[in-house]
Design a protein around this ligand. Structure first.
Ligand SMILES: [Zn+2]
Length: 101
């Protein structure tokens, strides 16, 4: 099955609340800062219990379809979020919250 990027409006906070950052076999929870999470069939963070619905990876930086396909095969139940979009939007959010403070 081929992968294609589809652009849609979505609440970045919703993604940020339910995303896990992964490499080949392990994940990182940015909420509880747990590293080395076994990602096989992951549905929740084993440490903080946060529900996981989205995945992204620094290895997919710049949009690398072979990395996305590899991770999708391992975690077909999670939606793959474009790494660059995720960083851009969450970074922007941080900048905005600085101005609001
Ligand atoms: Zn966690």
């Amino acid at each position: 099955m081929d992968c294609i990027r589809i652009w849609t409006e979505i609440d970045i906070q919703e993604i940020d609340s339910h995303i896990i950052m992964v490499d080949d076999t392990l994940g990182y929870c940015h909420k509880c800062k747990t590293i080395g999470i076994d990602i096989r069939d992951i549905k929740k963070c084993p440490s903080c219990g946060r529900e996981i619905r989205y995945v992204t990876s620094t290895e997919a930086k710049g949009g690398r379809p072979e990395i996305v396909s590899r991770i999708r095969k391992k975690l077909p139940h999670l939606a793959f979020v474009d790494y660059d979009d995720y960083i851009r939007l969450t970074g922007k959010k941080k900048a905005e919250s600085l101005f609001k403070a």
